[in-house]
Ligand binder design. Structure first.
Ligand SMILES: [Zn+2]
Length: 117
């Protein structure tokens, strides 16, 4: 699937994001904060990524209280299990499909150019 990865990531990071990243990595001692399911302990590997604990799409903020240091592997794993773009696209597709058309409508409604959105 060319071009799907990250293409839907529209969350705009704050201007001081680089400073926030440094802050979070230092706060977490550059150690991955992922809790391993097998040991119940933190991964603890070298972390060079900062992750939103609650995704911005779900209302999470860019505040350090919602951020954690992760190693590259766990960050990738979390991002792919969250399904980011794929689930958003699927949600949109489901919504489109779920919108029933009036049986009398042959063509789908055209957007009104005067509509505010
Ligand atoms: Zn890790």
């Amino acid at each position: 699937m060319p071009g799907w990865k990250g293409s839907n990531r529209r969350h705009e990071l704050p201007k001081d994001w680089p400073a926030i990243v440094i802050f979070v990595l230092r706060r977490d001692h550059h150690r991955c904060q992922h809790i391993r399911e097998d040991t119940g302990r933190k991964c603890g590997r070298h972390a060079n990524q900062v992750d939103h604990i609650i995704r911005p799409a779900d209302g999470g903020t860019d505040h350090p209280s919602n951020l954690q240091a992760l190693c590259e592997w766990h960050h990738q794993r979390k991002s792919s299990s969250e399904g980011g773009t794929a689930s958003a696209i699927a949600r949109r597709a489901r919504r489109d499909v779920a919108t029933p058309l009036h049986p009398g409508l042959i063509d789908p409604p055209r957007p009104d150019p005067a509509a505010p959105f």
